[in-house]
Design a protein around this ligand. Structure first.
Ligand SMILES: C[S@@+](CC[C@H](N)C(=O)[O-])C[C@H]1O[C@@H](n2cnc3c(N)ncnc32)[C@H](O)[C@@H]1O
Length: 231
């Protein structure tokens, strides 16, 4: 790490040993489901300029806000259950911003019902990825992101797959990607190494061997552009 800043990633495999970089917090690394700050840092380096408006519709512990502010971007963070005063309470399926008004969107959505974010009934993280409803609700978010983005601008969506004892493998990433393709063109797909997983313990590695399944090792980062303005 140079000057307290993360490495500028030049390949499609992104790995970083810690959630945070530098000497100030970016989001809260105790928040279950926090985004690695270097992911947002790398995206803002490539797809935004100083003064651009960055939006995160599911802002969680505020990682996007902290990284964006430090890089002199304007930023709005929403969440259904805000964890800080600078996060606006809002359902990501209806974002209170004008059409074609935003320069960049980052989103790290729930991946299923595996993490309890809040008691809010509209928390999409209460719906299992085993149900098609989960993807239908996230598609509503994708449509909103499409609406608020300026033509030609970029959004990035971080998401991981699931394995359930009952249902087996659920390709959450591919299923979301199929929905995103209805609206956006793909710039690239990044593989982000998952670290600090609660399942990274000897007992889980033993189970993976015993029951012949794989523990999740990566997440997808779909980087996509709004090119078509017909919707
Ligand atoms: C993976 S976390 C986001 C983590 C965040 N990027 C961070 O670094 O802390 C997913 C977030 O989605 C929020 N969420 C779930 N359903 C939502 C909805 N309908 N509208 C807005 N936010 C929602 C949850 O409250 C949770 O904070």
């Amino acid at each position: 790490m140079k000057n307290n800043q993360p490495k500028f990633e030049t390949t499609t495999l992104w790995d970083f040993p810690t959630q945070n970089y530098g000497d100030r917090p970016h989001g809260d690394n105790k928040f279950s489901g926090v985004t690695p700050a270097f992911v947002i840092w790398n995206l803002l380096q490539r797809y935004t300029n100083e003064g651009d408006l960055v939006v995160d519709p599911m802002c969680g512990s505020g990682t996007t806000i902290d990284v964006a502010k430090e890089l002199n971007r304007r930023v709005i963070g929403y969440d259904i259950a805000p964890h800080r005063d600078d996060i606006i309470q809002n359902d990501a399926r209806k974002i209170p911003l004008k059409d074609n008004s935003v320069d960049f969107v980052f989103i790290d959505s729930p991946y299923s019902d595996n993490i309890k974010y809040s008691d809010h009934p509209k928390d999409i993280g209460k719906i299992s990825c085993e149900k098609e409803e989960f993807f239908n609700e996230l598609e509503k978010v994708a449509k909103e992101i499409y609406r608020i983005l300026k033509p030609g601008k970029v959004m990035a969506w971080l998401i991981g797959d699931h394995w359930r004892k009952k249902s087996g493998f659920i390709p959450v990433g591919f299923k979301i990607y199929q929905r995103l393709l209805k609206y956006f063109d793909t710039i690239d797909i990044i593989c982000v190494v998952r670290r600090h997983q609660t399942s990274n313990t000897p007992i889980w590695h033993k189970r993976a061997k015993e029951f012949n399944f794989y523990l999740r090792g990566f997440k997808y980062l779909f980087i996509m552009r709004k090119t078509d303005v017909s919707i």
